[in-house]
Design a protein around this ligand. Structure first.
Ligand code: SAH
Length: 335
C-alpha cells in the first residue's frame, strides 16, 4: 500500500466513511440528543439578527449539518419566537456527502446546498457549525532530538519522516513558549484554519456572526487526539479506512488567534455547558418536560443534563463565536 501523509489519509478515510455509511449509527451528537440544542442555537441566531439591525435578507448558514436536525429545531424555535427573522432568512447548507444531503432535504426542504463556504452567496449572514471541524484532516508532528518529524501512514501503521527543513517549523496555534519534550505530538488542522479565515474574510465585507461548537481543550497544547469510532466503540484509526469516523480535538485557542489575525473578533471559547445554561437550556427543557408523563419528562431533563453537565459534554465541548469589531456582543460569552 502507498505511503500517505496523515491528513491525506484522514481526508480519504472520512470521505469514504461519510459517503457510504450512516455516521449516526456510530456516534451521536448534541442535536440528536436533545431538540433543545437546536432551539437554543436558533434563538441565539435570532438575537444576533436583531443586533445586526434586522437585515431584510439574511443567510442562515450551517456547515456540516448531519441529518439536518439542528437546523430543523432552530427553524421551529425561530418561527415561534421571531417570525420576522423567519421571513428574512434563507437557509444555506454546506455538505459534501450526497447521502447526508438527501437526509437534510427531508428535514430542511427549503435549503440550498453548497460544497464549500466559498460558494455561498454574499450578504449578511449567521453561521452555525456543530461538530464539523473535528472531522477535518489533521497533520501530526513528533518532537525528536534532531527536530520535528511528521507522521505518515504506511500499511496501517505510522511512519515518521523528516520534515522539509526549508518549511516553517510547526508550532502550537497559540502560546507554547516552552520547548516541547522529546516525543511530544503537535497537531495542525490546516482546513480548520482556512475555514475560520474564510469566515473572517466574509465578516470583513458583510454584517454577520458565526458560532462554532465542538470538542477540544481551551488552550493549545501537545498531544495525540486522533480517534476513531466504529459501531459506537473506539477503533484503530489506521486499520480500515472508511469504516470508522475519524476525529481530532479542535484547537479553539489557535483558531481564535487565526480569526483575529484575519480581522475578526473572537469570543470565547467558553465551555458548552456554561454557554447553553446562560442561553436557557435547563429552563427550556423544564418547559418541554411539563405536562409530560413521568418517564418522558425524566428523559427530557436527562438529555439536557448530558449536553450541559461538566462531567458529560458540558466541559470538553467548547463554543467560539466570531464577529466583526463593530458587531453586536454575542449572547452566552459574558465575562
Ligand atoms: N452537525 C451535525 C453533524 C456532525 S458530523 C450534528 O451535530 O449532528 C460532521 C458533518 O460534517 C457531516 O454532515 C459531514 O458529512 C460533514 N462534513 C465532513 N467533512 C466535510 C467537508 N469537508 N465539507 C463539508 N461538510 C463536511
Amino acid at each position: 500500500m502507498a505511503a500517505e501523509r496523515l491528513d491525506r489519509f484522514m481526508a480519504r478515510a472520512n470521505a469514504a466513511y461519510y459517503a457510504a455509511r450512516d455516521p449516526f449509527a456510530d456516534f451521536t451528537t448534541s442535536p440528536e440528543i436533545s431538540q433543545v440544542f437546536g432551539e437554543v442555537l436558533g434563538l441565539w441566531a435570532a438575537v444576533m439578527w436583531a443586533g445586526l439591525g434586522r437585515p431584510a435578507s439574511v443567510l442562515l448558514i450551517e456547515v456540516g449539518p448531519g441529518r439536518g436536525t439542528l437546523m430543523a429545531d432552530a427553524l421551529r424555535a425561530i418561527r415561534q419566537a421571531m417570525p420576522e427573522f423567519a421571513a428574512a432568512l434563507q437557509v444555506h447548507l454546506i455538505e459534501t456527502s450526497p447521502r447526508l444531503r438527501a437526509a437534510q432535504a427531508a428535514t430542511v426542504p427549503d435549503a440550498v446546498w453548497h460544497d464549500s463556504l466559498d460558494d455561498v452567496p454574499a450578504g449578511p449572514f449567521l453561521l452555525l457549525a456543530n461538530e464539523f471541524l473535528d472531522a477535518l484532516p489533521i497533520r501530526q508532528f513528533v518532537r525528536r532530538a534532531g527536530g520535528w518529524t511528521e507522521r505518515w501512514v504506511v500499511d496501517g501503521a505510522f511512519e515518521e519522516r523528516p520534515v522539509d527543513p526549508a518549511a516553517p517549523a510547526p508550532a502550537l496555534g497559540q502560546g507554547g513558549a516552552a520547548a516541547p519534550a522529546e516525543g511530544s505530538i503537535l497537531e495542525i488542522c490546516e482546513p480548520a484554519q482556512a475555514f475560520v479565515r474564510s469566515v473572517a474574510a466574509r465578516l470583513a465585507h458583510h454584517a454577520g456572526a458565526a458560532l462554532i461548537l465542538d470538542y477540544g481543550p481551551g488552550h493549545s497544547g501537545y498531544g495525540d487526539s486522533l480517534q476513531a469510532l466504529a459501531g459506537g466503540r473506539p477503533a484503530d484509526p489506521l486499520a480500515a479506512p472508511g469504516t470508522a469516523d475519524l476525529t481530532a480535538h479542535v484547537d479553539f485557542a489557535g483558531l481564535a488567534a487565526a480569526a483575529e489575525a484575519a480581522g475578526a473578533v473572537a469570543h470565547g471559547p467558553v465551555p458548552q455547558g456554561l454557554f447553553l445554561a446562560r442561553l436557557g437550556l435547563f429552563q427550556r427543557a423544564n418547559r418541554l418536560a411539563r405536562h409530560q408523563p413521568l418517564a418522558r419528562a425524566a428523559a427530557i431533563m436527562e438529555a439536557a443534563r448530558r449536553l450541559g453537565e461538566p462531567d458529560m459534554m458540558g466541559r470538553l465541548f467548547k463554543v467560539l463565536s466570531l464577529t466583526r469589531p463593530d458587531g453586536p456582543a454575542p449572547p452566552g460569552f459574558e465575562a
